[in-house]
Design a protein around this ligand. Structure first.
Ligand code: ADP
Ligand code: MG
Length: 334
């Protein structure tokens, strides 16, 4: 039958989310990088959304794992199972083994890169290639990566925030900090515990961040309050409390300053030519963290450079990875 031959796929194997792009189709899958395993047998119980829903609710016989940490593989076997599941889900289990392009953080070691390629091969790839995440993010955000014009992209995910300057088809300079969405969630949990004597779970903190998180404390004053449920640390009983958006903004402020600092450091370390381009064309924010309200404004204020949020920031890396599949064809011909 026609059309059931090779389908090449691009994977954004993120700390928080895995996205899959199928050549000729576009993005077919967006799910959390989460796997639920039976603790006794090691069998996979659920992957992705279904596994995520078990977070904090699973019985002792089920362990909910996030196999990626800070952008690299922390649990190899579980990562292989997850990639395998997603490749099969994306391709519907038909056709030949796909060529796979996977995005990896810039500046990871050769061993870490090798582990990603091996994992993709064991998971069923015909062959696997890697592309650096900030570069993929820049392609996905529509930046002119091939031009002799410097661009700067800030990709803020779950585990790391990656800042990179790109020109003439490559990364000129980059920096990665282990400060991103996950740390913000933890900061919210700890702030609510200290100031409200209420213990909330990570999923609740994440919801507060998404609904009421603001990089500007000032602007948060105009935002509405949110209700959150948790355990009262004084009585030990379940309790529901109203928290202000200002509280959430204060909770995440210090961590966000660290990210802003990394952006400033990267700018300072950039060659005058590239930084002049960045000043002209601005900084582009990608990744889930780009959706934090007022982050663009706060970064622009701190750097004195115009800042824009990419369209569909969560999709940029996989889009760029998918588009770069075309280069696999070129590589195969070599
Ligand atoms: P990764 O590449 O590490 O998998 P993503 O780019 O998928 O990460 O982004 C995931 C992070 O973005 C999570 O920490 C999530 O809480 C955060 N995020 C997603 N949507 C929003 C939003 N609307 N506001 C703030 N943070 C968000
Ligand atoms: Mg990412």
């Amino acid at each position: 039958m026609l059309g059931l031959g090779n389908k090449n796929i691009g994977i954004d194997l993120g700390t928080a989310n895995t996205l899959v792009y199928v050549d000729g189709k576009g993005i077919v899958l967006r799910e959390p990088s989460v796997v639920a395993k039976n603790t006794k047998t090691g069998d996979i119980v659920a992957v992705g959304n279904e596994a995520q829903a078990m977070t904090g609710k699973a019985p002792a016989s089920i362990e909910v794992i996030r196999p990626m940490r800070d952008g690299v593989i922390a649990d190899y076997d579980t990562t292989v199972s997850m990639i395998k599941y997603y490749i099969e889900k994306a391709l519907g289990g038909r056709g030949n083994k796909p060529y796979v392009m996977i995005s990896v953080p810039s500046g990871i070691t050769t061993v870490e890169k090798r582990a990603v390629i091996d994992a993709a091969m064991v998971a069923g790839a015909r062959d696997a290639y890697v592309i650096e995440e900030p570069y993929a993010a820049a392609i996905g955000a529509g930046l002119p990566v091939m031009n002799p014009t410097g661009s700067m992209v800030v990709d803020m995910g779950g585990g790391t925030t990656d800042v990179a300057t790109i020109s003439l088809g490559g990364i000129v300079s980059s920096r990665s900090v282990r400060m991103a969405g996950d740390k913000l969630n933890e900061a919210i949990v700890s702030y609510i515990r200290k100031n409200y004597n209420l213990l909330i779970g990570i999923p609740s903190a994440e919801r507060l961040k998404i609904e009421a998180g603001s990089a500007s404390i000032e602007k948060a004053k105009e935002m509405r309050n949110e209700t959150v449920r948790g355990r009262d640390l004084l009585t030990g009983l379940p309790k529901s409390t109203e928290v202000t958006a200002e509280d959430i903004a204060i909770a995440i402020h210090e961590d966000l300053l660290e990210i802003v600092g990394a952006i400033k450091d990267t700018l300072e370390a950039t060659s005058p030519e590239i930084s002049a381009d960045v000043v002209d064309h601005g900084i582009v924010l990608t990744g889930g963290g780009a959706l934090i309200k007022n982050l663009d404004e706060v970064v622009a204020d701190a750097t004195q450079v115009p800042v824009t949020v990419a369209q569909d920031p969560l999709d940029c890396v996989v889009k760029g990875t998918g588009e770069s599949l075309k280069s696999i064809e070129a590589m195969k011909k070599k």
